[in-house]
Ligand binder design. Structure first.
Ligand code: ATP
Ligand code: MG
Length: 559
């Protein structure tokens, strides 16, 4: 800011001096006529040399301004990106899940760049304002008449621009919103492209996108009409004022020809700065709308972030849900109602129930990803919310229902950016998770590339990589949400054995539809309609719980 102010003053001064020197070069009768020129050297070439020297200083200052401006803009882009990423990654799991696909990407890419461009314009506006002030001051010294003309133009331009301002701001806000909707819809269409093709609805999807494109186009046009029309109108007003100003000064006969020439040139230069400022101000309104939008997201995400606890936790033993209830925002009914369940250290517990019963939700609550509306999660008798997040997360692991991978190698996906996970642990975990045949088949073994987001792997391979990721952390609590749903029977048995190996060391919660997965469980909990309806050893449940008994029969296991 300070640098831009100094550079703005220097460039303004430089411009004013060059204008006066050019007039001085063109006229021999200047001495004494212009107050600024009292101490100028005599002779055309001496003045030309001085003017050229000033131009060199001017060029250096312009370069300096451009550098400071570019640097400031780049810094603002980096800062906004950092703020967005921090806020989103720290936000509560529910707040994250509520955002549209691609929303964060759109904000980090387009939104942050718009902020950078806005910053660049603000910096240019600052420099131009100082240019304007200095040039106007020079004009005052040269001729008061010229200044009067300038004041007239300034007043007129403000009057002309005012009605457009509110409208432009509103349009700009709507336009930014429409672009954001378009961007997220495009991301979704790109993700779903194969499904859309198979369903034969590519045309319908294209038509839906076309509507968004059209809406965005209309708003873009309106915003840019306002932004373009204002400077053009100002230009016309300017010409009119210049004509009147020149005619007035010339007919008064009180000003010498060189003073008139210098005044007109300074006046035109000042007007071009004023026009530039007006154009920038219109565009900055558009950018300001974008900043407001980004601030809205940041506030929402920050508000959803859970404050970190302070209690240390070296190991996790008993984890207990106490009267937990939870309804998803906008959910028709409770996903969990008054669920109490204690997970004993080292036990293996299965969760079964109809689809939509609340099993995954229960797992998310136990992991601390969802904060229940009522009730609490206790970790060794202390509320989970009081624990230091980093300690807790180091001791837990999760294999979600939908395995998601980073673009990278199998090793990177198993290691998963964690400090303290050694290479040997990665290899052992990969073997335990049943990836042995793949590691033997891939020429580069663990350094095999999994493709964008794991797209080059089969679902079962992705599942096992995520399982290996969970095992490599040697967790105290491991939550497996259908870890073997995509595996063939042979691979499933191998994985099941590896999980059974953890008995006594790690508390394992396994959610499964295939009851064979739960054979080795110490206890099984049956969830129905968000409630825990039965809990006991598998043999007990087979004897007394109708859902469990039926499920066994349907799986052809045992009645
Ligand atoms: P499945 O066996 O199909 O995985 P589940 O037992 O894991 O089912 P949950 O995913 O826990 O079931 O869902 C429980 C209930 O909460 C369902 O009625 C579901 O529609 C609802 N639900 C799940 N996620 C959300 C969400 N993000 N927003 C709103 N409702 C949700
Ligand atoms: Mg589920």
């Amino acid at each position: 800011m300070g640098a831009l102010t100094v550079l703005g003053v220097i460039t303004g001064l430089g411009e004013a001096i060059v204008v006066i020197l050019v007039v001085a070069i063109a006229s021999d009768r200047l001495r004494g006529d212009l107050p600024l020129l009292g101490s100028l050297p005599d002779g055309t070439w001496a003045r030309a040399a001085l003017a050229l020297a000033v131009v060199v200083v001017l060029a250096a200052s312009h370069l300096g301004s451009a550098w400071v401006t570019a640097r400031t803009a780049a810094e603002s882009q980096q800062t906004v990106r950092g703020l967005l990423l921090d806020a989103y990654l720290r936000a509560g799991a529910q707040a994250q899940a509520r955002e549209r696909t691609g929303q964060l990407q759109e904000l980090v890419m387009t939104g942050a760049t718009q902020v950078a461009l806005g910053t660049q314009q603000a910096a240019r506006a600052l420099t131009m304002s100082f240019n304007l002030v200095v040039v106007v001051s020079a004009a005052v010294l040269v001729s008061v008449w010229a200044t009067l003309g300038l004041v007239a133009v300034a007043v007129l331009s403000v009057l002309v621009v005012r009605p457009f301002r509110a409208r432009t701001r509103r349009m700009a806000r709507e336009s930014a919103e429409a672009s954001s909707v378009l961007a997220t819809d495009v991301t979704e269409a790109a993700t779903l492209a194969p499904e859309l093709r198979v369903a034969g609805v590519v045309g319908a999807a294209r038509a839906r996108l076309e509507e968004r494109v059209l809406a965005a186009r209309r708003l873009f046009e309106s915003v840019h009409l306002s932004a373009g029309a204002v400077p053009a109108l100002m230009r016309d007003v300017t010409i009119a004022v210049v004509i009147v100003a020149v005619a007035t000064v010339a007919s008064s006969g009180e000003v010498s020809l060189p003073a008139l020439g210098a005044s007109v040139l300074l006046l035109l230069r000042a007007l071009s700065f004023a026009q530039g400022l007006s154009g920038i101000s219109a565009q900055m309104q558009e950018r300001a709308a974008n900043v407001e939008r980004i601030r809205g997201f940041l506030d929402r995400w920050d508000a959803s972030a859970r404050p970190d606890g302070t209690r240390r936790c070296a190991r996790v033993r008993r984890v207990a849900l106490r009267s937990v209830s939870y309804t998803y925002p906008g959910g028709a009914s409770a996903a969990l109602s008054d669920v109490s369940l204690a997970l004993e250290p080292g036990e293996q517990i299965g969760l079964v129930g109809r689809t939509g019963a609340g099993k995954s939700t229960l797992a998310l609550v136990a992991l601390g990803l969802i904060v229940p509306d009522a009730g609490e999660v206790l970790v060794d008798d202390a509320p989970l919310t009081e624990l230091r997040g980093a300690d807790w997360q180091r001791r837990i692991a999760w294999v979600p229902q939908e395995p998601r991978l980073l673009t990278g190698t199998a090793r990177e996906n198993i290691h998963f950016l964690r400090e303290g996970v050694r290479d040997e642990a990665v290899r052992v975990a990969a073997e335990a998770a049943g990836l042995g045949p793949e590691l033997a088949a891939w020429p580069d073994g663990l350094d095999h590339h999994v493709g964008p987001g794991g797209a080059a792997l089969s679902l079962g391979q992705r599942q096992r990589i995520v399982l290996a990721r969970a095992l490599a952390g040697e967790p105290d609590l491991l939550v497996l949400d259908e870890p073997t749903s995509a595996l063939d029977v042979h691979t499933e048995v191998a994985v099941r054995d590896a999980i059974a190996e953890l008995r006594g060391r790690t508390t394992v919660v396994t959610i499964a539809h295939r009851l064979s997965t739960l054979d080795a469980c110490d206890r099984v909990a049956v969830v129905d309609g968000g409630r825990l309806v039965a809990l006991g050893a598998p043999a007990d449940l087979a004897a007394r719980d109708s859902f469990y008994r039926e499920a066994l029969t349907l799986s052809g296991l045992r009645p």
